[in-house]
Design a protein around this ligand. Structure first.
Ligand code: PLP
Length: 298
């Protein structure tokens, strides 16, 4: 793994940002899923021979688990609700890549956690990698950021990253506060999957003490995860044109749109975390090109 991941300076909409390139950690094992599963990759589990998880058929966590299982020689069983006909007939993106890594698909069950209970040879991973072991890799991310701040004399820093389960943002804020007691590096995030109340609940499930919770920022308009928005497509294209960096299409467009309306955050040195996920772009991009054929050439 390419650690510490590089940090570069970028300009977007005439503003300067630092960008933490966690998308470059590893060709197959990238972004915040590499951080979340770092613990499993670097420890040995002689009694485990199978990893079981559940979630959507296009998830980045699903793909990363298929890579982890392959590296470890484990069977990977994944419980999925629904595989769209189009995806089944034209496998692509995370779905195809995970199947190529040997993923075994199972129809969704309400009780996946119970199914695997008391089976010592099975490693069970919550949807999206929301589990305590994630703290191991995310603490390393915090250490990398603190070392970079020291080298570059950046005392006061704002960090921004978009959230799904909120696991990465929460453990990052907690690690920074624990490693660096003065409250000078704040983590800001926005909920991409649910609303603000949902994200707060997610934080509370992982950490009861609100002192360690990141600050949640939102756009005024409601946003639905996975839905196509012209504004998201446009800012994603703009990001690529202005920074030369390929971002993910599910989380980053909302992340950047939110950050750009909070000058009180970005007027201080701000580090945006690129959390990978670009393999998942394939399916979103197909849908965007079909829906907005004129946008690309405008
Ligand atoms: C999984 C993922 C997220 C969400 O991470 P959480 O820790 O669940 O908040 C954000 N961006 C990308 C690219 C992801 O793959």
């Amino acid at each position: 793994m390419n650690l510490p991941s590089p940090i570069q300076s970028i300009f977007f909409e005439n503003k300067q940002f630092y960008l933490k390139r966690d998308d470059l950690i590893h060709a197959d094992f990238s972004g915040n899923k590499a951080r979340k599963f770092h613990y499993f990759l670097t420890h040995s589990f002689p009694h485990i021979n199978k990893v079981v998880s559940y979630g959507s058929a296009q998830s980045n966590a699903m793909y990363s688990l298929s890579v982890l299982a392959k590296m470890k020689g484990w069977v990977f069983e994944y419980y999925v609700d629904h595989v769209a006909d189009y995806l089944q007939e034209n496998p692509h993106g995370n779905y195809r890549a995970a199947l190529q890594n040997g993923m075994v698909l199972r129809p969704a069950q309400k009780t996946v956690a119970e199914l695997v209970e008391g089976k010592p040879d099975i490693l069970f991973i919550e949807e999206g990698g929301r589990q305590q072991e994630a703290v191991y890799g995310i603490k390393i991310l915090a250490q990398e950021i603190i070392a970079w701040q020291r080298e570059n004399n950046i005392e006061k820093l704002n960090i921004f990253l978009p959230s799904g389960t909120g696991t990465t943002a929460l453990f990052l804020q907690k690690s920074l506060l624990t490693l660096n007691a003065q409250r000078s590096t704040l983590v800001y995030t926005t909920p991409c999957v649910g609303n603000k109340a949902y994200l707060k609940e997610q934080f509370l499930m992982l950490e009861e003490d609100k002192v360690f919770h990141p600050t949640i920022l939102c756009l005024e308009k409601k946003h639905h995860f996975g839905k196509l928005y012209r504004e998201n497509y446009e800012i994603w294209l703009k990001l690529q044109q202005q920074t030369g960096v390929l971002f993910d299409l599910l989380y980053d467009p909302l992340g950047w749109r939110t950050l750009l309306v909070y000058p009180e955050v970005y007027s201080k040195p701000t580090l945006y975390i690129h959390q990978g996920g670009v393999l998942g772009n394939e399916s979103m991009l197909r849908r965007y090109v079909r829906k907005y054929p004129s946008v690309m050439s405008e």
